[in-house]
Design a protein around this ligand. Structure first.
Ligand SMILES: [Zn+2]
Length: 314
């Protein structure tokens, strides 16, 4: 059975637009106990501009709860930078320091609060984020993000503190090439038995298909691009950590539904930290018509800036 599950995952990832296959996998893995530790399902794929599969029409656009957990305690974050180029100062530029500032200031921000309307049986998503330190691994990273298993194995090997509310974003030094996605998130179980959340990010230097076009001058293009997709994947990890909580009838999670649409030019985190980050889908905002439009023209996106969270927190 595991062999079959892995094969199906492979088909879905390589095909990338196989909605039917994706739905089959979701049905297979709604129960987190069945997460395949060898190659867990990829979720929250952040498609490059214009690359997302088209949504099926005539469905409610809102996110639906599927019974799984959300991150009630927020996220403990340990980024991993993987690949030899992370030893090159010109390549690193402002990325490592910038992402530390990003993750250290995003917790409790009005942007992070856009996730807190989503709940499970215990309660709501917490927008708190704690910084656990980062890691550089100069060994060769995979050239592509087509498989989740090498990324999970890297997390299990390199992270110092594997915990249930841990989120381990892995930034490789490889460019996207012909992949149609910029990033994804997933969950899986390490050999210690600990199930964790993790994510994969291509290097996005000079990648127009994954560029938020931040003109603030505060960050290099490569850092600004990583920050935008990092907001996307962290939001989805908070609201759908095991890929069995909140997503819509097409399988799209809260950030997917607002990908590449920006409500506010620059969002403020704590301190002086400012970022251009896409918003997230809010069922409450859509129901009350108070969000900004996503790429399909639906008024369900909020970003905590000009378009505040529908639940009125803060
Ligand atoms: Zn996504």
């Amino acid at each position: 059975m595991r062999r079959i599950a892995v094969l199906v995952v492979g088909v879905a990832v390589i095909g990338a637009i196989c909605t039917a296959a994706m739905v089959t996998i979701r049905a297979e893995q709604h129960d987190v106990s069945r997460l395949d530790a060898q190659n867990p399902r990829m979720g929250g794929i952040h498609w490059a501009r214009g690359q997302a599969p088209s949504a099926r029409p005539n469905k409610s656009p809102n996110l639906i709860y599927h019974g799984g957990p959300v991150m009630n305690s927020g996220a403990y974050v340990e980024p991993i930078y993987w690949g030899a180029r992370w030893g090159n100062a010109a390549f690193v530029a402002d990325k490592r320091d910038g992402l530390q500032a990003f993750y250290s200031s995003i917790g409790g921000s009005r942007y992070a609060d856009t996730n807190t309307e989503y709940t499970d049986s215990i309660g709501a998503v917490s927008s708190s984020v704690s910084w656990g330190g980062d890691h550089i691994d100069l060994s060769q990273a995979p050239a592509s993000g087509q498989k989740t298993s090498p990324i999970l194995a890297e997390v299990c090997r390199v992270a110092t503190n594997l915990v249930s509310d841990g989120y381990y974003p892995v930034y490789v030094d490889s460019p996207r090439g012909h992949s149609r996605f910029c990033a994804w998130h997933s969950a899986g179980t390490c050999p210690t038995g600990q199930t964790v959340q993790f994510a994969f990010f291509y290097n996005l230097d000079g990648d127009a298909g994954c560029d938020p076009e931040d003109t603030s001058g505060l960050h290099s293009q490569g850092l600004a691009a990583l920050a935008n997709v990092s907001g996307h994947e962290l939001s989805e990890a908070l609201t759908d950590p095991h890929l069995n909580a909140w997503y819509d009838a097409n399988g799209a999670e809260n950030s997917d539904k607002c990908a590449w649409t920006f409500g506010t030019p620059l969002l403020s985190f704590s301190g002086q930290s400012k970022w251009k980050i896409q918003g997230n889908w809010s069922n409450q905002a859509f129901n009350s018509g108070t969000g900004y439009p996503n790429s399909g023209g639906l008024l369900g996106c909020i970003d905590g800036g000009n378009f505040p969270a529908g639940n009125g927190r803060h």
